[in-house]
Design a protein around this ligand. Structure first.
Ligand code: AMP
Length: 217
């Protein structure tokens, strides 16, 4: 199966959609944000640096992401396809990713761009809740996507938490970072003819239907 890369502004639903692709197709979901959130819990200098950078909404240093992404992509479970969520995030990372693909002899696959406006994202960001156990993502501002009990996961009964960067101030930084650093990489992939666009201002199910169609084209 083709590899899938998601590009989308913060809180556009790329994590949720990636999980649905995982459920249906069993591909590994490689989220640099998730990996970095694990590192941010470590009681070390790097753990502290990552924690503070994530909370501020800025990007962590490129070199940190290069190492962790190449190590992860080398693993056996990625040989038959994977979902990349949150990497590359700027043009240097995109160039490095081209080199990683060459070294590992992997194909770029589909680059799925989720389009959505800023007002919708602001509403979503304050309502996002994540299960600390099974990582299911909810939104208490969206009646179609809220848990039955506000702080409890419907799937596993785990406790729901709010990300430290899911507040309006950090969102503003993350959104500006997206416009300045991440959006320019779309052009890089357009030149390769691999960009597929979906409308992110729709229900989770409808967005997934469109993504699934792209996967099966
Ligand atoms: P995400 O879960 O994708 O929204 O990422 C959360 C945060 O992790 C971002 O705001 C960045 O601070 C950091 N991060 C994730 N991926 C990258 C990346 N490829 N390069 C630099 N920082 C990243």
């Amino acid at each position: 199966m083709k590899n899938i890369m998601f590009i989308a502004p913060p809180a556009a639903g790329k994590g949720t959609q990636a999980e649905l692709v995982v459920e249906k197709y069993g591909l590994p979901h490689i989220s640099t944000g998730d990996i970095l959130r694990e590192i941010s819990k470590e009681d070390s200098e790097i753990g502290k640096y990552v924690y503070e950078t994530l909370a501020s909404g800025q990007l962590v240093k490129d070199e940190i992401t290069y190492q962790l992404i190449e190590e992860r992509l080398k693993r056996q479970d990625c040989k038959n396809g994977y979902i990349l969520d949150g990497f590359p995030r700027n043009i240097d990372q995109a160039y490095e990713y081209d080199r990683i693909l060459e070294r590992l002899n992997y194909d770029i696959g589909n680059v799925i761009l989720i389009n959505i406006d800023k007002k919708t994202l602001e509403k979503r960001i304050t309502g996002r809740r994540i299960c600390e156990n099974c990582k299911t993502i909810y939104n208490i501002n969206d009646e179609n996507n809220s848990p039955q009990v506000e702080s409890v996961c419907d799937n596993c009964g785990g406790k729901l938490y709010q990300r430290s960067d899911d507040n309006l101030e950090a969102f503003q930084t993350r959104y500006n970072t997206y416009l300045e650093k991440t959006e320019p990489i779309i052009e890089h992939y357009r030149k390769m003819n691999v960009v597929k666009e979906v409308d992110g201002d729709d229900t989770v199910e409808n967005i997934f239907k469109n993504i699934d169609r792209i996967i099966n084209e």
